[in-house]
Ligand binder design. Structure first.
Ligand SMILES: [Fe+2]
Length: 273
């Protein structure tokens, strides 16, 4: 069946980027992201749509429409960790334009990114490389828009879902972000115990398919845990999920919940039964 076949939250801490140099505390995140990727690729998706917290588009929802993505990824805030690693994936301009059409239908301001000089941020590249290590999938990137509010992000996620359904694509949507995200110096620092608990409750709510409950709790949860980019990626992820569907959701957390500089990270996947 076409549409969003899997909705993922996939973290991207820069220390995950180069596997050989990754510290022990992120190795389980890497391995579980690979495992999640194997599972979703086995269902033969057409396209991987990544909404990265680090591709920041101040006003408008930019969507990649290049036929191919070729470049070098530098983590601009941590070039000592990701210093220009080459990448190459197919794009899916038709999917990108379908998303933009649905944004327009909902009065969400968007624009195509067709620049052949565009270089991926590490929040796009890290999950792409672990979810699809042989670069077999087409990839479409959607930016994160500081001028949007949570309601607009929810609407944008729904528009992305409609676009995949309308075009007949089997799409994976991945929000590339953390859960708790009040950052502190010190790579191995954890979120506060209260925030860890809230993250576990939110993840449990999602993976048990309680989508309507997760949507109604989200703003309160997000305020308490200081979601990455104001929780915009998690909200877009939620918008991709259709709580009114007759087909219930279920889900799974792959690997452990782990820390990075005060943030809380986990790989999760949701799908409809
Ligand atoms: Fe981040």
């Amino acid at each position: 069946m076409a549409g969003i076949t899997y909705s993922l939250v996939a973290p991207h801490t820069p220390r995950m980027g180069v596997e050989d140099k990754a510290p022990d505390f992120v190795r389980a995140l890497i391995n579980s992201q690979k495992e999640m990727g194997e599972v979703v690729r086995a269902t033969k998706p057409d396209v991987l749509i990544i909404n990265s917290a680090h591709w920041v588009c101040t006003f408008n929802w930019h969507v990649t429409c290049q036929a191919e993505h070729i470049g070098h990824c530098v983590a601009d805030e941590a070039p000592e960790l990701i210093d220009g690693v080459p990448y190459r994936w197919r794009g899916d301009a038709e999917m990108g334009r379908a998303i933009l059409s649905e944004f327009e239908a909902d009065s969400i301001p968007g624009a195509p990114n067709e620049s052949k000089h565009f270089q991926w941020d590490y929040g796009s590249w890290v999950p792409a490389k672990y979810l699809d290590p042989d670069a077999k999938l087409a990839v479409v990137l959607v930016g994160t828009v500081p001028s949007s509010d949570i309601d607009e992000c929810l609407k944008a996620g729904t528009a992305i879902r409609r676009a995949a359904e309308g075009l007949g694509r089997r799409a994976i949507f991945a929000a590339s972000c953390a859960f708790s995200h009040e950052l502190v110096r010190g790579p191995t620092e954890w979120p506060t115990r209260d925030r860890q608990q809230l993250d576990h409750e939110f993840i449990q709510m999602l993976t048990s398919g309680r989508i309507a409950e997760a949507k109604s709790w989200f703003k309160e949860y997000n305020d308490a845990v200081v979601g990455e980019m104001g929780g915009r990626n998690l909200a877009t992820f939620l918008g991709c999920l259709d709580e009114t569907s007759a087909r219930p959701y279920t889900g799974k957390q792959y690997g452990p919940y782990t820390q990075s500089s005060g943030s809380g990270n986990a790989n999760i996947a949701l799908w409809q039964t």
